[in-house]
Design a protein around this ligand. Structure first.
Ligand SMILES: *Cc1c(COP(=O)(O)O)cnc(C)c1O
Length: 404
């Protein structure tokens, strides 16, 4: 049996039973999974985790699955914290740790959310799932649905990264390119839900992906000896990670597992799509108007008006954090220099976090002694690479001095 007590409307606080796969609340807001935290606290001391398998399912008491047999898994290992030693020395700040989520199944942290959501869908007997996606979420959906024996249908904006669109189709999802943006794809999924009876797994339009994303926060806490960093930089699109990690910290605090304070949460966006940063700086509680001409190359943050805007802004405020926009050109340059100087190939979104950290260390919003964790959300190999074109003719005399 799970420790889930009910689902809660994030807007009104209304309680909804967790007896079926609910999507959004009657008020049209995201639903959150609530647990009987007193019972969790009494059931397992944190020392008990030590003997468990090193994967995200070790936090089972704080996940919504009713029994371990419901887990649909592709091997979600604990992701490492890799220090950026050269960059730390160069910038003169505190410790910089990259949480490298690119090592997860399907090469991105979307696997955490989808592993839990698809597991729950399977447990509830769902047969067909649909989703609008810019890429990585669709790839994870397609893979976990293949694993679970559930049919999946995915709609992508025509200009989503080519590798990922192909990856989605390769995993057997019915895959469609749409001549429009992610919100247009979302409208197709919503319309089809009525007609096809499929489950709409759009970001934050169901409560379980957040629960999977929550494990990033739990893992981070455990890896750092139950003491969290001073600041977390997170490339924020729909915001499930920001919301999920904050929820993790709240729950861990409630069951007495956290030593010390919670971190400041920084939402990283682009100067070419930064709706949450703009709303935060204006003191608004929601994104009032969708960001126009969102043409950033940082695909993961290209969400003109996130459905979970209020929850994201709340996390930024409550944590004493903020939002910051980065310049796409600087991010492209930083990604290349990190690959060369640190040996770490980040996704463009991961590199965006580094640029944001550097910018905010300079601005003084991050302190010189602060320990910072940057999220690398996906493998660098998901993003296009510049060509390498230097050729040699082995039948001609070679000038080895040119090879040094
Ligand atoms: C989905 C995604 C993001 C944004 O994550 P959210 O938690 O939805 O804000 C960032 N980077 C990459 C690579 C992604 O796939």
């Amino acid at each position: 049996m799970s420790f889930v007590s009910h689902l809660e409307c994030s807007r009104t606080g209304a309680r909804i039973p967790h007896d079926a796969f609910h999507t959004i609340s009657d008020a049209g807001a995201p639903l959150l999974v609530r647990y009987d935290l007193e019972a969790v606290k009494a059931a397992i001391p944190r020392e008990q985790l030590a003997g468990r398998r090193p994967d995200m399912w070790r936090y089972l008491e704080l996940l919504p699955l009713a029994k371990p047999e419901d887990i649909v898994s592709l091997g979600e290992q604990i992701t490492p914290l890799v220090p950026l030693l050269r960059m730390q020395a160069e910038l003169g700040g505190g410790e910089i740790l990259v949480k490298d989520e690119g090592r997860l199944p399907t090469g991105s942290f979307k696997s955490r959310g989808l592993a839990v959501a698809v597991s729950m869908a399977k447990a509830f007997g769902v047969k067909h799932i649909a989703m609008p996606t810019a890429g990585n979420a669709g790839a994870a959906l397609a893979a976990y649905c293949a694993r679970a024996g559930i049919k999946s249908t995915v709609f992508c904006p025509d200009d989503a990264p080519e590798t990922t669109i192909r990856e989605i189709a390769y995993h057997g999802a019915r895959t469609f390119r749409v001549n429009g943006l992610i919100n247009h794809c979302g409208q197709i999924v919503a319309a089809g839900t009525k007609e096809m009876g499929w489950l709409d797994l759009s970001t934050l339009k169901e409560p379980y992906r957040i629960e999977g994303k929550k494990t990033m926060g739990m893992e981070l806490a455990e890896q750092l000896g139950w003491a969290l960093p001073d600041v977390i930089f997170y490339p924020t699109g729909g915001g499930t990670g920001l919301i999920g990690m904050w929820k993790a910290f709240e729950e861990l605090e409630a069951i007495g597992w956290l030593d010390g304070k919670r971190p400041r949460m920084v939402a990283v966006q682009s100067t070419r799509c930064g709706p949450l940063v703009k709303a935060f700086d204006a003191g608004h509680e929601e994104v009032r108007d969708p960001w126009e001409d969102a043409d950033t190359l940082i695909h993961g943050v290209r969400v003109p008006k996130p459905f979970g805007d209020r929850l994201c802004l709340k996390v930024m405020r409550e944590s004493g954090g903020f939002g910051t926009m980065v310049d796409d050109e600087k991010v492209i340059a930083a990604r290349a220099s990190l690959a060369r100087e640190e040996g770490l190939h980040l996704s463009i979104e991961g590199a965006a976090c580094f640029v944001a950290y550097r910018q905010e260390l300079q601005s003084g919003r991050v302190g010189r002694n602060d320990q910072a964790v940057l999220f690398n959300c996906a493998s660098g190999l998901k993003t296009d690479l510049p060509p390498s074109q230097t050729r040699i003719n082995r039948n001609e005399p070679l000038d080895f001095s040119a090879f040094s």
